[in-house]
Ligand binder design. Structure first.
Ligand code: NZQ
Ligand code: ZN
Length: 386
């Protein structure tokens, strides 16, 4: 097992009606900005529950944070915070809203260009953030219990990520019943995203991190079990609860501690969303099977372990087992309703050079657990995804 530092200060309030308890963790004299996405939070009553829980505190609202949150929208919230001297943020939504709140919490203290300071310079020079909490309405990203955020600048078609110890939510409310109102596409996206997060911290090379491996395999098998079931029965509380907690655990740092990681699928996927507007999880469903296949030598031992422990594949030679494990992974995504080829989204070979150009411009030229996924390898991965 590799050395690691593990730190995760986010308090989790898990269960039905837990929104009512968040008042206990917010200063009584806080001047609060509640941020949300389109209309889902208001329409389905979550916003109302949050406002009720805040009681007598001074509260303003900021709506309209897009899926794949936009830099310019987020900067409007920054202005509102400065104009009205607000000092506590609550994000109500999925990964996009929570990521947006993370960015905003840092951007209020930026002296110059917030895009440059946070996304390009990776927030290295920033020393303070506004405190915030989150109310999760879409299990998928793990943003509710991690220090990552991804923001899109639509003018330049750039989608970039940063990570900062300053942006762990102080608390996150995980009320599984919020899954009830999700459209099937978002349920499927959430399952595929959580599955891919787990794979990217698991499918590298063995370092004898037994519990991380078994924990990851537990998350993967749980997602395989509950994914199709929750698509059919999205109001089943047992399924909702398992879905929500599994997605959080997939990216809260625990399974990634002490093991090599490979975020190539996400990095290539971000360019696909930035250039062509695909949902985040759609990009992962396209790229992950190709990464598994193109990196089969480097990932050989873990691919065999994955085949056996997640898909019960115990017969045939190694290549046969690996091919079957990749096919099962692809079938699982397709079964969830997430298509796995570029052509399913009207994209093809002609679109690859632009994606490669963007990867190069963003310095994403040494991806993977061995830093061996250069632009030539990314090209092969994309060609294998057509
Ligand atoms: O905007 P509204 O009306 O709220 O609708 C949203 C949105 O259109 C809807 N929705 C959310 N909760 C709902 C609901 N509809 C009905 N009922 C509910 N309970 O779902 C749509 C998608 O929401 P979004 O927040 O965009 O989805 P997701 O949670 O998948 O977040 C995706 C973003 O997170 C980033 C992605 O790149 C993308 O920008 N990621 C963040 C990560 C992190 N912070 O660690 C890691 C991930 O890998 C990912 O990159
Ligand atoms: Zn993701």
């Amino acid at each position: 097992m590799n050395n690691f530092n593990f730190y995760n200060p986010t308090r989790i309030l898990f269960g039905e009606n837990k929104i009512a308890e968040m008042t206990n963790f917010i200063p009584q004299d806080a001047r609060v900005l509640v941020l949300f996405g389109g209309e889902s939070a208001r329409k389905h009553g979550t916003l109302g529950e949050v406002i009720t829980s805040l009681g007598d505190r001074y509260v303003e609202e900021f709506g309209g944070i897009e899926a794949n949150p936009s830099y310019s929208t987020l900067m409007k919230a920054v202005q509102q915070i400065k104009d009205n001297k607000l000092d506590y943020l609550i994000g109500v939504g999925g990964g996009s809203v929570i990521d947006g709140v993370k960015f905003i919490s840092l951007a209020v203290s930026c002296k110059g260009d917030a895009w440059q300071e946070i996304l390009v310079d990776k927030a290295k020079g920033i020393t303070q953030a506004l405190p915030f909490g989150a109310v999760l309405t879409l299990p998928a990203t793990g943003s509710e219990m991690n220090s990552n955020s991804v923001v899109t600048r639509y003018e330049t078609r750039e989608k970039m990520a940063f990570s900062s110890q300053l942006v762990y939510p102080q608390f996150s409310v995980l009320d599984p019943t919020k899954v009830s109102t999700l459209p099937p596409r978002q349920i499927a996206n959430g399952i595929v995203d959580a599955f891919t997060h787990t794979m990217e911290q698991y499918l590298t090379y063995p370092v004898n991190a037994r519990v991380q491996d078994r924990f990851a395999e537990g998350l993967l098998t749980t997602l395989v079990e509950i994914g199709p079931a929750i698509l059919k029965d999205p109001t089943n509380y047992e399924l909702q609860a398992n879905f929500m907690w599994t997605a959080t655990l997939a990216l809260n740092g625990l399974i990634g501690a002490g093991v090599p990681q490979d975020w190539a699928t996400h990095m290539i996927g971000h360019e696909l969303t930035a250039l062509h507007g695909l949902d985040h999880a759609q990009t992962l469903a396209i790229i992950l099977p190709s990464v598994m296949s193109e990196q089969r030598e480097q990932k050989h031992d873990k691919l065999i372990q994955y085949a056996e422990r997640v898909w019960n594949i115990t017969e045939g030679d190694d290549d046969t087992r690996i091919d079957l494990a990749i096919a099962k992974t692809r079938d699982f995504f397709e079964q969830m309703g997430v298509r796995t080829h570029l052509k399913d989204y009207q994209l093809g070979l002609a679109d690859i050079p632009q994606m490669i150009k963007q990867l190069g411009e963003h310095g994403l030229t040494q991806l993977g657990e061995h830093s061996d996924i250069d632009l030539a390898k990314s090209t092969k991965i994309l060609e294998a995804s057509v």
